[in-house]
Design a protein around this ligand. Structure first.
Ligand code: 5GP
Length: 119
């Protein structure tokens, strides 16, 4: 959970426009785009735009509220667009927890009854 933020991480590159993404939402504070290896149809990532927090524990508390508001806004848009039966919002901190990209991000993963993860 310790370490320095690497400005060369893939999400930082996406934010700088140096790597492509399928953007679905953006406001002053947050940026959302399709996960390139979706765990379900409509799997979206929401990230802070002006942050060098690698994970939730490092984030400035003052930046959290607008970020969570964006997560809710995107989740509601996913509900409206895809009518999932459920919706996972999750977030990993540290490699042992499953984190692979070290720019704070929330997963929004729509779920449908009877559909295994990975579909
Ligand atoms: P983590 O395990 O760190 O919470 O999840 C990182 C997520 O980022 C994974 O779901 C992975 O599929 C996604 N991801 C990794 N590289 C890229 C990329 O270059 N573009 C996009 N759109 N998603 C990525």
């Amino acid at each position: 959970l310790d370490g320095a933020y690497d400005p060369g991480n893939i999400f930082a590159k996406i934010l700088r426009g140096e790597a492509p993404c399928a953007r679905v939402f953006e406001d002053e504070h947050a940026f959302a785009f399709m996960d390139v290896f979706p765990q379900s149809r409509g799997h979206i990532l929401v990230i802070p735009k002006h942050s060098d927090a690698r994970n939730l524990l490092e984030e400035d508390p003052a930046r959290l509220a607008p970020l969570i508001l964006a997560v809710q806004r995107v989740a509601r848009a996913v509900r409206a667009a895809l009518s999932p039966d459920g919706l996972v919002v999750t977030q990993f901190n540290g490699a042992p927890a499953g984190q692979t990209v070290y720019h704070l991000h929330f997963h929004i993963i729509p779920r449908w009854e009877g559909t295994p993860l990975g579909r």
